[in-house]
Ligand binder design. Structure first.
Ligand code: GP9
Ligand code: MN
Length: 687
């Protein structure tokens, strides 16, 4: 008893005791806020442990600064630091509630200049409980005022203070190492701000964000208009006229882009134990109304899905490291598909995705792209059985998307991002309707099962389109975003392909993903033109009859007879109908044979192609890192203002549902929902 008493005595009379009170209350408060105010999605023991522990090291470091001061000043500086940290927490609580993301310097920098700045909405969204963020600070100040806490004016030894700070830095290091082990590429690949908070904490996130912002603004400041002229010159020299035969064949149609997660070309026509893995997509692939591409390559880098999106929306490459959408999506100027389609064709534009809105910084980047609507997970009913991996299971996602799709004014440009066919290819028993493969490689064998599930989900969606007649008014674009089976599974990949071996060249060919344009009446066929994700936008714009000659795009119309057919990979590798390069080695594309001793002529050719690839990549990088599009206005294009868009669910749905347009599917269906026309066999939805 006396022990406890004297401990309390120590807390309120000793300077270190005071420090302990501030530190512990701040730590626990932050943890509580993590659990109640944010949706950080910590799974497993390690992530939960890090979530619990991560507020401590930074708080120790920062509050510890106060210990260097003498006398009463020391106390008040600690309190001041506590208050600053708490305010940062508080601001993030409010921001998160509105935007499902964390505050970033680049947002703070740009918000001041806008009419709808944050200040106005803050009052409306604050909850009383948010102020508990300051409760501990208030109580401590109260205890000081009422002299329960007494000043201890003795200075601490400098050595001790330094040791404490050293300990804090070491703990931050350990925290970082543990985090990197659980999620490799955490800092470099820029997945999601909430990952940084989950693993490292709010304060480390602030440092990380400040660092990133400084890095990007430095590059931006260095860039100038003359950088743009070299880009323009290159594009002019390399311009390819789109195929006039296809120009405008889909004019005025809705565009539905279906993002097939991790879907590789080899799945098309693939059979396992005599059963087609993707029967619906196979049928579509071979339909006479589908333009299918058999040599279409993904070109993503570390930004994976987001790089694919960057290419499809802008015909600009992702970056050498990290994700362009994460690093530049909040601040850069873009001339993207949704804005072009809206301005040139009156399109309403939307993205729907059953995953977190902050992933790949989508909820900021889509505003820069000019998307009217973005419906992420928070717009969907979610139950534990609906969700797997990174988001809602595809059948659940699509079935719930109908109520939004049918309200979109037509013509619309809609992107549906599926996610169930994502590494590690887990699927619950009830949804498995094909056997796993038997390579023995755990991460590979489930792939056909989730791909099969995705295919069924697409099948259900296509049926709905048919029943509602939407299929007659729409051009469908389907594409695989990147590989599902990485280059670390050569043995299993060889088995899947029924090959004796799987070489580096095979792995390059493994980067093929489907690309299909499907529309009633479209003159289809399987094209073996070599192309990649960078080429989708120019191809689509030509089909829609939208002239894009003036925009900065690195791709070409794939239907053009003059398509250059040099497909760059983000690391500088390439493939053409004749030659390929993987690492430092060249191959003949047709045979997969290594080019061991190229003669002079061939060597010159190979070097020329390599140079073209690297030039293209680095010019595209310059456009993004220098934010060069801010200096450029294509003819007739109005610059996108991100503040015109608000993805707040209440506001967005109010607008969507109240839109008086007579062109929505819902309106045309006598103001009745078409949800009943969507038939799904999802076991989770059985009554
Ligand atoms: C998450 C999803 C996955 O929202 O798009 O991204 P990926 O891991 O494939 O890049
Ligand atoms: Mn992906």
């Amino acid at each position: 008893m006396t022990r406890i008493k004297s401990f309390f005595q120590w807390l309120v009379t000793n300077k270190l005791g005071f420090f302990t009170i501030v530190l512990i209350t701040f730590w626990l408060k932050t943890y509580l806020i993590y659990l109640t105010k944010f949706n950080l999605g910590a799974v497993g023991a390690m992530q939960n442990f890090l979530l619990f522990i991560n507020p401590l090291p930074a708080a120790l470091l920062l509050l510890g600064i106060g210990l260097f001061f003498k006398g009463r000043k020391s106390y008040w500086i600690i309190i001041a630091i506590d208050l600053i940290l708490s305010t940062w927490l508080f601001a993030n609580i409010l921001y998160y509630r509105e935007f499902s993301n964390f505050l970033s310097l680049s947002i703070i920098k740009t918000s001041g200049s806008t009419a709808d700045n944050l200040g106005k909405s803050i009052v409306g969204i604050t909850k009383i409980s948010d102020f508990l963020t300051f409760l501990d600070v208030a109580v401590i100040i109260g205890l000081m005022a009422s002299k329960v806490i007494k000043y201890d004016l003795r200075p601490l030894k400098l050595k001790f203070n330094l040791l404490l700070e050293g300990l804090a830095v070491a703990l931050i290091g350990v925290n970082l190492m543990m985090a990197q082990k659980d999620r490799s590429g955490l800092l470099t690949r820029t997945f999601d701000n909430s990952y940084i908070v989950k693993y490292l904490g709010m304060n480390q996130y602030a440092v990380y964000d400040a660092f990133k912002t400084a890095q990007t603004s430095e590059q931006m400041a260095k860039a100038n208009v003359s950088d743009l002229s070299s880009v323009k010159k290159y594009l002019k020299v390399n311009y390819v006229k789109p195929n006039p035969e296809y120009a405008g064949v889909a004019k005025g149609k809705n565009v539905i882009v279906i993002h097939l997660e991790s879907f590789q070309q080899f799945l098309i026509g693939y059979k396992w134990k005599g059963k087609e893995v993707t029967p619906n997509l196979n049928k579509l692939y071979h339909s006479k109304n589908t333009l299918s591409f058999s040599n279409f390559y993904n070109q993503v880098g570390q930004g994976k899905t987001s790089d694919a999106e960057m290419m499809l929306e802008n015909s600009l490459y992702g970056l050498q490291s990290g994700s362009a959408m994460s690093s530049y999506g909040t601040s850069n100027t873009f001339e993207s598909a949704p804005a072009i389609l809206n301005q040139a064709g009156g399109y309403t534009t939307a993205v729907m995705h059953g995953g977190a809105g902050s992933f790949w910084n989508r909820n900021n980047a889509y505003k820069q792209f000019g998307y009217h609507y973005f419906m992420p997970l928070s717009y969907y009913e979610n139950k534990p059985k609906y969700y797997i991996g990174y988001g809602l299971k595809d059948k659940i996602f699509l079935s719930q998307s109908i109520k939004y799709i049918e309200r979109l004014p037509q013509p619309f440009y809609l992107k549906l991002i599926t996610v169930t066919n994502h590494y590690p290819y887990d699927l619950d028993k009830k949804n498995q309707s094909i056997d796993p493969t038997d390579t023995g490689d755990e991460t590979v064998d489930g792939y056909v099962q989730t791909a099969h599930y995705l295919d069924q989900a697409i099948g259900e969606f296509l049926q709905w389109m048919k029943k509602t007649g939407l299929d007659k008014k729409t051009i469908l674009v389907l594409y695989g975003d990147h590989y599902g089976i990485s280059g670390n599974h050569h043995k299993a990949s060889a088995e899947l392909l029924k090959q004796d071996e799987f070489t580096n060249f095979d792995n390059l060919k493994f980067q093929r993903v489907p690309l299909m344009f499907h529309m009633k009446g479209l003159k289809g066929g399987i094209k073996d033109t070599y192309g990649g994700e960078i080429d989708v936008l120019p191809t689509l714009l030509n089909l829609l009859g939208i002239n894009d000659k003036d925009t900065i795009q690195f791709g070409h119309d794939l239907l053009s007879s003059k398509a250059p057919q040099i497909v760059a990979q983000r690391n500088g590798d390439f493939i053409t109908p004749e030659y390929a390069k993987v690492g430092g080695t060249f191959y003949y594309t047709k045979t997969g044979e290594e080019i061991e001793k190229p003669d002079k002529k061939l060597k010159t050719k190979l070097v020329a192609i390599s140079n073209k690839v690297t030039t293209q990549l680095s010019l595209s990088d310059r456009v993004i890192a220098g934010d060069l599009l801010r200096f450029y206005k294509p003819k007739g294009f109005k610059k996108v203002n991100p503040h015109d868009y608000d993805y707040n669910e209440k506001k967005a749905l109010k607008q969507l549902y109240s839109s008086k347009t007579k062109t929505s599917l819902w309106y045309q269906n006598h103001k009745k929902t078409t949800q009943k026309q969507f038939k799904t066999d999802a076991p989770e939805l059985e009554k």
